[in-house]
Design a binder for this molecule. Sequence first.
Ligand code: HEC
Length: 126
Amino acid sequence: MRTIGALLLAGGLCAAATACADKANAPRALAQADDGQGLALIERHGCAACHAIPGVRWPKGRTGGDLAGVGARPMIAGRLPNQPAVMTAFVRDAPALLPDTGMPPMPLTDAEARDVAAYLYTLDDE
Ligand code: HEC
């Protein structure tokens, strides 16, 4: 019991600290998501026009930065905690979270955004 309590406490602290990658929660929070479908959506929606993305051969855009390793970074766009729900919201409508961002809103449903986020969490090493 004491171990479980310590884990819950650690989880709470992790959620409170903005610079904490919450990878431990990723599979559970995105349980219904399909990362293979996410890659297909990423290709169809042209994310690679602005981003180099492992798994997408072409194009390799540069305006948005390389997404290699994005799943393991502590922050999204340097300013948001890298947690599954935040990533899902960000890929769908980044300006709703960061009004001054250069990342445009993308025409994804919430379920599609979850699939996209699931794929991004497979990109967990540089
Ligand atoms: C028109 C160019 C453009 C397109 C298209 C685009 N992005 Fe972005 N993206 C950006 C820019 C610019 C940023 C940097 C935002 C910032 O720092 O505020 C960004 C940031 C991001 C980040 C955060 C990266 C990090 O290092 O933390 C992710 C994740 C992301 N984009 C995913 C996607 C996905 C997935 C798609 C397709 C559904 C997509 N982007 C389409 C321009 C784009």
